[in-house]
Design a protein around this ligand. Sequence first.
Ligand code: PMV
Length: 309
Amino acid sequence: MGEGSGYGKVILFNEHFVVYGIPAIASAIGSKTIARVDKTEGTGWTIKDERPETPGYKKNKMDHQNDSIERILKAAGIDVNQTPINIYLGGDLKAASGVGASAASCAAIARALSVQFNLGFSDERVNEIAYEGEKGYHGTPSGIDNTAATFGGLIWFKRGDPSFIKRLALKQPVEIVMGNTGVVANTKAAVAGVKERKENEPEKYDKIFDEAKELAQKARSALEVHDLQTVGQLMNKNHELLQQIEVSSQDLDFLVKLARDNGAHGAKMTGGGLGGYMVALTPGKEVQEKVAQAMEKEGFEALITKIGV
Ligand code: PMV
């Protein structure tokens, strides 16, 4: 049996903008997906997906998952007609929109295949295969999710050919709360929506995109000197820009405000938007608890974790 894992992630700055080559910052979080691969009889592959989930997520993503696994097997060079396999997915990362669930599973499966078939994949190779797998979910993924899922830590990411990836140092892990709207969002549709609006309103969008670019540099500097007040303020500003490109939602805006009102240094939607998760920067256990409890009191699920792990 082969086993491997992939980290969940949170995008701290510039989801969506990253698709167009603007730098983004993401971090691995303390939750992971574990994959196991076993050889079996017959032909083809099967999957047993026992990850915890936002209700409806797995069913909703089943076609994407099938497509993704076919792509991973192809990229890894495995012919399941010759060597049929069972794939198992588990771990403590919720299968949900916005926590990098698809990328974590792709990286985990690539690693499990490498062990099962003695392929000796490096992290770079795992990342390439996970990127291929992400295409099944995203169409045109930027690559930020699979990079965080594969390598962990805090990551500066600029899409390109090749993409530029730099690990950023964070003095110590910082507490965050990720609030789940419970809405299963469609990242592909959100990305397509931005593309369409950007084409229709180039001037408006160019201005917003310039601001996002400037913000990324400021956020990087603030993270590097551990200035969490400034990081929080910049997250608030980033949320505004994401609202302007119309990828936030009422639930996301509500949770963002709730987090700020309860002492978060800053808060924003994270990932594809239109549902999924938001993230609040809550240094220290006390403020983290307070923000999480406020969300739970309103009927939302809150994930308590850390960035920079
Ligand atoms: O919804 P998530 O967490 O998979 O994040 C998607 C991030 C986007 O920037 C919207 C798309 C991408 O491919 O980078």
